[in-house]
Design a binder for this molecule. Sequence first.
Ligand SMILES: Nc1ncnc2c1ncn2[C@@H]1O[C@H](COP(=O)(O)OP(=O)(O)OP(=O)(O)O)[C@@H](O)[C@H]1O
Ligand SMILES: [Mg+2]
Length: 265
Amino acid sequence: MSLENLFEAHQVDLYRDQYQVFKNLTLAIKKNESVAILGANGSGKTTLLKALNKEIYPASKPNSWLKIYGKENWNVWQLRSMIGYVSDDIYKAYTPEVRGLEIILSGFHSSIGVHGSIQQKITDEQLKKTKEIMLELNLLSLIDKPLFKMSTGQQRRCLLARALVNDPQTLLLDEPTTGLDIISTFHYLKLLTKIKNRGRNIILVTHNLQEINKDIDRVILLRKGIVIADGPREKIITAKNISLAYGINIGLSMVDGKYLPYAKG
Ligand SMILES: Nc1ncnc2c1ncn2[C@@H]1O[C@H](COP(=O)(O)OP(=O)(O)OP(=O)(O)O)[C@@H](O)[C@H]1O
Ligand SMILES: [Mg+2]
């Protein structure tokens, strides 16, 4: 059993309800690799993350497998303590009244709320860990704040904290900075650098090329469920590839080591 790969798909078909997003997907991501996944709306980025987190399962067929950390069959709760996931879906699943502390605590059970008997299972140690993370992410003022009264940036940081409580090896981030202002985006990216420097790896879905900085080792470009380019960041992020992925003519300049796309023609 190889534990080298975080993700290993061989000839995998992935569906969302009846809709086939990937056909015969063959792709491997190493355990310690940090990857950005880029592609136009509907190209399959979120579907890929959901397959990684075992929220969706591949269609069963001969000579096809999907292994996460070298295993096909997982207790999903065990897996989710190893993989932190930040996405809009999670945010939408909470009731608006849920408070900051509760959102973050729910990460220990990879659940959406902390209710009744589960609440009693929160240990002093877990509470201590939660407060440490809240302090680190500057969230202590949100302990009692209901979700619907938080700013977008505060909501995003709460979800990141929720994903971090189990100290996961891998973080799946689905457009984590959408809706954040410039300063909050910088703070968020700094946090990701810190997490990366602790030996964790990040799988980042973004439309913002500026976020694909030196923390990212590899870029995978998707177009309509097909991997159209895959390799080291500098080789993959070219005007030609980005134009191909998004289906329009895009130019690319480099400012202070960051990619800046612009529309051409
Ligand atoms: N529940 C569903 N039922 C049917 N089709 C779906 C469902 N969810 C997603 N799809 C389709 O699957 C395809 C891939 O969707 P996915 O969410 O993975 O795209 P994405 O790359 O994350 O896009 P975006 O940038 O808009 O988030 C899209 O064509 C989408 O319409
Ligand atoms: Mg998506």
